[in-house]
Design a protein around this ligand. Structure first.
Ligand code: MIG
Length: 807
């Protein structure tokens, strides 16, 4: 582990024997002879919190990560004192606490199998230099145990055998294995004997995780200060661990406007106005759908936040309204640094009110960023967040900006060691004053939170849209995110795929990468492959640094443009599917992207897979990540899968070659799925949806699919104006039944559904609608789909099984 820094070289200190125990409602306190206290709180039957003090007292309990809406409550809490242990039992877990040394072992109450046990357990070193402790925890690891999670780490999905650090860092052109980078998400999932549990180490100091690297059978984590304070979250399904962690640290506070799930075009930078309009108009000329265009730092006057460069943008309000007229939402960047400039009213106000961060001995925290020398708002002060939120008034209410992009909020500082604030900078930390050592990892999160509050207020009654680069656990409540400054290489396409999956399994599903790569320039082939992957990411944006040529859908010649258009169009068709996945994420904490191990942890083949993932519940994709490929090998999880393009059926549980020329990519749909589709639109809301398409993929047996819709913006859905449809498909050799149950008070704009039946093992002879014969022949489309009224309750299709040719 880390070096011993205290003076007396006491080394690792450990708890002594437990001398007293007391219980206060849901919290149990175990006190040791040397004043170490373990506070064990039962949050839920499956969620336990462990908090340690080395001095007998706890600091005030405060966390930016934990959501105030997190579920609490349990069905059982029994504590039994035995000879050498205390035994705590909930409905799901049994926890042993050893009297001799405070070590913890946690078991599944269903079968008494061990889930997670302390090796040395809690121990610490005194921190001479800063006071307090360097707090440490070590757990035994079993052969065959795997580890996942930790946010945006650009490494293979399975973390076993590696060590990591969490310290939010601006990481231009990071590579595979660069650590740390932009985000600090100290949450991991362990998977052992088909059972998954999670550990969330809620400590915002610099933290470290070692997954059996230092010692083969030990997993440990530690922090440079603060408390040993972690949550144990049981599954046994990995998907349950993820949704419980997401419940604990929070789901997005509202759905995004649907346009935010459309395609976005960005560059550093589009200016002047003429250029912005040219790019936007080109999308419309070429009929390539696009919903948002971004203004990077050059729109500002000398990079001063909340100003405009009037030479480039003489009348921003007019430009934004012209963009609105052609279906574009304008998103603008805002960085944290405020230029030191007494003519700048924001600087003056911040100074007068004492809103800028200061060094330990009193001077302001001065740092160079884009505007030159700057001071930085202390976003950990609630008053500063309020002020910051209000600064957006003009930009949003008056000028009409629809989304805000927060960058450089690690916080990044140029030309200094460490690329950020020095450790001694002071922060309010919502009334728990501290140094930057503690506030660093949450600074960007609190900036994004303040931005979110501003957008929420001034965009009302429309929904806010924010994007941030830096994040700590819980940031998903306020904003979307991207993976930072990647590079236009094939390896980075793989990294983008892994990072987005990893963030999704850490409660942060609204995520995407800079498509095509931020630094350097992609070939047309790489750009096309990247668009294909991005079309399945919740946040779908092309962005590039611009100093290496153009990166728009049409920048790589006609044949590439055609492919890019095809995949952006596919995304627009799948919008109701993606929106439903988002709703499930925001409601139930179900990740929108599921790594194969998350999809089927019982299949050991999935434990080391990186490339394949399931988006939503039913679509399996695997990007092509090599040049000159005409296809690739991929692993199919168990189940039957239809090729999206050919409708050919593939049996899962094996690795197979899949053809995928540059105009295609491996996309498969689970048998039994019902996929809703909208017509292609150039932007969300361009057309009234007159008809919904449902693609029904036949399967023997019973399967459910869902469709969630509402007015796609605003808050009426919270008052019940949504439409939630559950479809149940029952497939037999000679029949198919499709049932629909709808709840919610939203009326769909379409009166009919065009239903396509894929993979029917029979020839249709008759169709019934709600128990009566239905004239399917005259309701047939050219494409062999059948039109039905939207609010059908059941459809029964019968037929004669197709004769198999004797071979
Ligand atoms: O120092 O605003 O990651 O997306 O285009 C670079 C300019 C600052 C870094 C962001 C990138 C953005 C760029 N920014």
């Amino acid at each position: 582990m880390i070096l011993n820094t205290e003076l007396e070289h006491k080394g690792n200190l450990v708890p002594a024997r437990i001398v007293s125990y007391r219980k206060n409602v849901d919290s149990l306190f175990f006190t040791c002879a040397n004043n170490v206290v373990l506070q064990l709180t039962v949050r839920r039957d499956s969620v336990l919190r462990f908090r340690y003090s080395t001095s007998g007292n706890f600091e005030p309990d405060f966390s930016y990560a934990i959501s105030k809406y997190a579920s609490r409550g349990y069905n059982q809490l029994d504590v039994v004192e035995e000879k050498e242990t205390y035994k705590v039992t909930t409905k799901k877990l049994i926890c042993h606490i050893s009297k001799a040394d405070l070590r913890v072992a946690i078991f599944d109450s269903a079968d008494n199998s061990v889930l997670c046990e302390d090796e040395l357990g809690f121990h610490w070193e005194e921190s001479y230099q800063f006071g307090g402790d360097i707090v440490k925890m070590s757990k035994s690891s079993h052969d065959g145990e795997s580890y996942y999670g930790l946010g945006d780490k650009p490494v293979d999905i399975n973390l076993k055998g590696k060590r990591f650090e969490n310290w939010v860092t601006d990481s231009y052109a990071y590579t595979k294995e660069t650590d740390p980078i932009y985000k600090a998400i100290p949450f991991y999932i362990g998977l052992n004997h088909k059972k998954a549990y999670g550990i969330f180490f809620d400590n915002s100091f610099r933290t470290f995780f070692d997954f059996c690297r230092d010692r083969r059978n030990v997993t440990s984590f530690w922090a440079q200060g603060g408390e040993m304070n972690y949550y144990f979250i049981y599954g046994p399904e990995m998907s349950q661990v993820v949704s419980r962690y997401t419940d604990l640290t929070g789901k997005p506070h509202q759905l995004p406007p649907l346009w935010a799930l459309g395609y976005h075009q960005c560059k550093w930078s589009y200016y002047p106005e003429k250029k912005v309009m040219e790019v936007a108009n080109k999308f419309r000329q070429l009929s390539i759908p696009c919903d948002a265009i971004y203004l990077d730092i050059d729109y500002m006057d000398g990079f001063r936040c909340f100003t405009w460069n009037k030479e480039y943008f003489p009348d921003p309000k007019r430009m934004v309204s012209e963009l609105t007229d052609i279906g574009f939402k304008t998103v603008a960047i805002i960085d944290p640094g405020i230029k030191i400039d007494s003519n700048n009213p924001i600087f003056k106000e911040g100074l007068e009110k004492g809103y800028f961060c200061k060094r330990a001995d009193g001077p302001y925290m001065k740092g160079k960023v884009w505007p030159g020398e700057c001071y930085f708002p202390d976003f950990t002060n609630p008053k500063v967040r309020e002020w910051w939120a209000e600064l957006y008034k003009e930009l949003i209410e008056d000028i009409g900006i629809k989304g805000v992009w927060n960058d450089m909020n690690e916080p990044a500082v140029m030309d200094v060691p460490g690329k950020t604030f020095p450790d001694d900078v002071r922060h309010d930390y919502d009334g728990n004053a501290c140094s930057h050592r503690k506030a660093h990892n949450i600074y960007g999160m609190q900036m994004a939170r303040a931005t979110y509050q501003g957008l929420k207020k001034y965009s009302y009654p429309q929904r806010p849209f924010v994007i941030t680069r830096a994040a700590y656990s819980g940031t998903q409540r306020y904003t979307s995110t991207w993976t930072g400054d990647n590079v236009a290489t094939w390896e980075h396409l793989t990294i983008a795929n892994i990072q987005t999956q990893r963030l999704a399994m850490c409660g942060f599903s609204f995520v995407g990468s800079d498509i095509g790569g931020f630094a350097e320039q992609p070939t047309g082939e790489l750009y096309a492959r990247w668009i294909q992957l991005g079309a399945f990411h919740p946040f779908f944006r092309t962005h590039s640094s611009g100093d290496h040529g153009d990166q728009e859908p049409w920048s790589f010649g006609k044949s590439i443009t055609k492919i890019v258009k095809k995949f952006i169009e596919l995304r627009y068709q799948l919008l109701p599917y993606m929106y439903t996945a988002f709703w499930r994420y925001a409601n139930e904490g179900i990740p929108m992207l599921k790594s194969l191990v998350l999809f089927d942890q019982n299949d050991v083949h999935t434990h080391y897979r990186n490339d394949e993932f399931v988006v939503g519940e039913k679509i399996l994709v695997c990007p092509v990540t090599e040049p000159n490929a005409r296809g690739r090998r991929m692993y199919f999880p168990y189940g039957d899968w239809y090729d999206y393009w050919t409708h050919e059926l593939v049996e899962g549980g094996q690795e197979l070659w899949v053809d995928a020329d540059l105009d295609s990519m491996p996309v498969f749909v689970k048998a039994g799925a019902i996929i809703p589709k909208y017509p292609i639109q150039q932007f969300v809301g361009e057309k009234k949806i007159e008809q919904l398409k449902l693609d029904v993929y036949f399967n023997l047996g019973k399967d459910d699919s869902q469709l969630y819709e509402d007015s796609h913006d605003g808050y009426d859905y919270i008052k019940g104006r949504y439409s939630h449809r559950i479809f149940t498909l029952t497939g037999k050799q000679n029949s198919l039944t499709l049932q629909q149950v709808k709840t919610g008070k939203h009326f769909s704009s379409y009166e009919t559904m065009e239903i396509k039946f894929i993979g029917l093992p029979f020839k249709i002879t008759s169709v019934e609608l709600n128990g009566e014969a239905y004239d399917h022949k005259s309701n047939k489309t050219n494409g062999s789909s059948i039109i039905f009224p939207t609010d059908f309750s059941d459809i029964v299709i019968t037929g004669v099984p197709e004769q198999k040719n004797p071979s």
